[in-house]
Design a protein around this ligand. Structure first.
Ligand SMILES: Cc1cc2nc3c(=O)[nH]c(=O)nc-3n(C[C@H](O)[C@H](O)[C@H](O)COP(=O)(O)O)c2cc1C
Length: 227
C-alpha cells in the first residue's frame, strides 16, 4: 500500500529524470506542464550527474552539449527517495544507453532500496519514457527495464498505449512509453532540437492518463478509509 497521504485532496506526481544532453529534460518539462494543468501537485526532479568530467572528452561536440545541458538544468532540484515516497504517481525518464537505464538513474533507483524494502513504493501509479539516438536503438528495452523496476516496487504500471490519436503520429508510436529520437549527434546550441511537438503532446497525454488512474485510486482509497 502506498505511503502517500490518502487524505490529501489533490493527486501528487513526481517526475524524475536523468538527461545528459537535454532531450529527456525537454520531455520532462512538458510532462510537468501537463500535470500542473490537471490541478495535480507536481515535483519535477532531476537525477544528478555522477561524473565530474565528460564520459568522452574526445567527442568535443557531445561534451560541449553535455556541459550546456548541465548549466541549463542546474536550477531543477535533485531527486531524492522522498520524492518517490511523497507521490501517488511516479513518472521516470532516461535516455537509452546501450539499451539500458543510464547509470546515474540506476544509481538513484538503487538508493530507493530502503524505501522499497519497507513497502513504501507499493500501489503507486508508475510510467516511464525515453529518448534514443536511433529509432531502433533500444527504446523498448530501456522502457521495459524501467517498467521491470516498477514491478519490483509493486507499482501499478500505466503505459500510454495507443490510447489517443497523438500516439500514432509519425514521431510517436511506442505504446510502452513515449520515446523521442535525437539523431546521432548532440549539437551544442541546438539541444533537443529533434524532440517534436508531437513527442511533447504525447508525453502530456501519457502524464494525464497516469494521473487519471492515480486520482481514481486516491479517491477510492480515501473512501475506503472513511468507511
Ligand atoms: C553512453 C551513451 C550510450 C548511448 N547508447 C545508445 C543506444 O544504445 N541506442 C541509441 O539509439 N542511442 C544511444 N545513445 C544516444 C542517446 O540515447 C540519445 O542521444 C538520447 O536522446 C539522449 O538523451 P538526453 O539528451 O536526455 O541525454 C547513447 C548515448 C550515450 C552518451
Amino acid at each position: 500500500m502506498s505511503t502517500a497521504d490518502i487524505s490529501s485532496s489533490t493527486t501528487k506526481i513526481s517526475i524524475v529524470y536523468y538527461s545528459g544532453t537535454g532531450n529527456i529534460h525537454k520531455l520532462a518539462v512538458a510532462a510537468e506542464e501537463a500535470a500542473a494543468k490537471t490541478g495535480a501537485e507536481v515535483r519535477l526532479r532531476r537525477v544528478a550527474e555522477y561524473v565530474d568530467a565528460s564520459l568522452a572528452p574526445e567527442f568535443t561536440e557531445w561534451t560541449e552539449a553535455w556541459r550546456e545541458n548541465a548549466e541549463a538544468i542546474a536550477d531543477i532540484p535533485t531527486a531524492t527517495a522522498d520524492d518517490l515516497d511523497w507521490a501517488d504517481a511516479i513518472l521516470i525518464g532516461g535516455p537509452g544507453r546501450f539499451g539500458m537505464i543510464p547509470a546515474p538513474l540506476k544509481h538513484f533507483i538503487d538508493l530507493a532500496w530502503p524505501l522499497n524494502a519497507r513497502g513504501g513504493l507499493s500501489g503507486k501509479v508508475m510510467s516511464s519514457f525515453t529518448s534514443t539516438g536511433a529509432p531502433h536503438g533500444g527504446q523498448e528495452a530501456t522502457i521495459l527495464s524501467l517498467n521491470t523496476v516498477f514491478c519490483h516496487w509493486g507499482g501499478i504500471i500505466v503505459p500510454p498505449g495507443i490510447t489517443d490519436d497523438i500516439m500514432t503520429a509519425p514521431s510517436n508510436g511506442n505504446p510502452y512509453g513515449v520515446s523521442s529520437v535525437s539523431g546521432q549527434q548532440a549539437v551544442p546550441g541546438r539541444l533537443a532540437e529533434n524532440v517534436t511537438e508531437d513527442n511533447l503532446a504525447a508525453i502530456a497525454h501519457q502524464t494525464r492518463r497516469m494521473l487519471e488512474v492515480a486520482d481514481a485510486l486516491r479517491r477510492g482509497r480515501a473512501a475506503d478509509a472513511d468507511r
